[in-house]
Design a protein around this ligand. Structure first.
Ligand code: NGQ
Ligand code: ZN
Length: 442
């Protein structure tokens, strides 16, 4: 699948630096051969540690109304016991699973900075190092986003005790980001960007200081995920969250607004025009009861989007894309919502997510083209859901029917990391993960 469309007998030559050196069509094969090649997809939003809570936060006390905020309490309790070695084991498993599903890069939105009592580790980058080690072991491309998190709510309310492991002031944040960048140098292809947790967790002056140091790298922020946040932002500033951000921050193509679920029409249009990416996490947003992003209206305005696995309650590139389409179908009561001009929702959605995902991760990628990163996925043309298909139909077979089982091989920066649908370290990663969960429950 090349930028101009499907092509036959394609040879992709990979340079030593992990980029695509040359793409030729209609040539004889040399080297390894694969039937169906598509660009690798970037996962624009992950909290790797939350993978270890997957399925453990679905049960609410009898009769109690459960909500995003109740889930957050559970998450805060879970976080209390996590040590860097746990985070490394959990992230290694999550990243191998991302690779097996066809994600070749992850933007890790990382805010678990301090020790269980909220004290700095001797090396402020201790947790960053655990995530970098996990990325290195799995081979996934890493865009590490250390997060500035300072307050409990709008109006600079003091952080809650349960947030003590997350909190930095802007100076400590700058040092942490610098340390993360130094550590990331040891991991091929890794890069470091900046993140603000959410409007409620920062203050405008701190935000400006973080942005002054952000350079040209990606800037991510959670925004307008829950209606309670919209109401709180209106009470605090008189503006809705996306509007406030567009009015008070230099939102442009470096930015990824994660969720941006609750926008009015004017915000939707203005966000689309800003060139920023909306980082949508359909499985987590459904799991947490956030609401449905207005993707059809946003795409009609030319808005850019990416998908992310966020809480990692279920890790699947195909299912994130399918649920993004299905959310629109359920709300608008029609079919083929995000196919655009191609008439194929799978193709249209994938094109949007490839382009927006690379942009949100700060890389040249998402295309099989000279100069792009050699992040590639081979689909299994013989899978029952793909075998009777052609061209965009192969994508339909993958995204709507087969899911992860249709992913046969994956390359990151030219290195093959998934063979026959499996990551060679997956078995070992599962064993370590089980040991880790046992030690957390002990
Ligand atoms: C997070 N997750 O930072 O992990 C958040 C929950 C919060 C999502 N928003 C915590 N999905 O927003 O305060
Ligand atoms: Zn998040």
């Amino acid at each position: 699948l090349l930028p101009a469309g499907w092509a036959r007998d394609v040879r992709v030559s990979i340079a030593g630096d992990g980029q695509i050196a040359q793409v030729q069509c209609g040539v004889d094969a040399i080297g390894a051969r694969h039937a169906l090649g598509i660009p690798g997809l970037a996962n624009a939003h992950s909290h790797a540690f939350q993978r270890a809570m997957a399925g453990l936060a679905e049960h609410s006390p009898a009769g109690a109304a459960d909500s995003f905020w109740g889930w957050r309490e559970t998450m805060y309790r879970f976080v209390e016991r996590l040590e860097p070695r746990h985070v490394e084991a959990i992230a290694t498993l999550a990243y191998t699973q991302m690779l097996e599903s066809g994600f070749t890069r992850v933007a890790e939105f990382h805010y678990l900075h301090h020790d269980p009592r909220g004290r700095r580790y001797a090396d402020a980058g201790e947790m960053c190092a655990a995530l970098i080690a996990a990325a290195h072991a799995s081979g996934i491309g890493l865009t590490l986003l250390p997060v500035h998190y300072q307050f409990a709510d709008f109006g600079a309310l003091a952080p809650l005790p349960a947030q003590r492991r997350f909190v930095t002031d802007p100076d400590a944040y700058a040092a942490l980001r610098e340390r993360a960048a130094a550590l990331a140098e040891a991991c091929p292809g890794a890069l470091v960007g900046s993140a603000l947790h959410s409007l409620r967790a920062i203050a405008p002056a701190g935000m400006r200081q973080v942005l002054d140091g952000a350079g040209a790298g990606p800037v991510h922020i959670h925004v307008a995920e829950q209606t309670r946040e919209v109401d709180a932002c209106l009470a605090w500033s008189g503006a809705r969250p996306v509007q406030w951000l567009l009015d008070n921050a230099p939102v442009d193509a470096r930015w990824c607004l994660v969720h941006a679920t609750h926008m009015d029409e004017a915000e939707c249009r203005a966000l689309a025009r800003s060139g920023a990416v909306a980082g949508l996490c359909p499985i987590t947003e459904a799991n947490l009861g956030d609401g449905v992003f207005p993707a059809v209206a946003y795409a009609a305005e030319g808005g850019r989007l990416a998908v992310g696995t966020d809480s990692n309650v279920h890790i699947s590139a195909a299912q994130e894309l399918a649920l993004l389409e299905y959310g629109q179908r359920l709300t608008l009561r029609r079919r083929n919502c995000l196919g655009g001009a191609s008439g194929s929702p799978a193709r249209g959605l994938l094109a949007l997510a490839l382009c927006g995902g690379a942009q949100a991760c700060g890389i040249a990628g998402g295309r099989i083209e000279a100069g792009a990163r050699a992040d590639l996925v081979a689909l299994d043309a013989a899978h029952p859901s793909l075998c009777a298909q052609q061209q965009d139909g192969w994508l339909d077979g993958w995204i709507f029917a087969a899911g992860d089982a249709a992913v046969s091989a994956v390359w990151v920066g030219g290195q093959q990391v998934v063979h026959g649908g499996r990551h060679p370290r997956a078995v070992r990663a599962r064993e370590r993960y089980r040991d880790c969960l046992r030690s957390l429950q002990a």
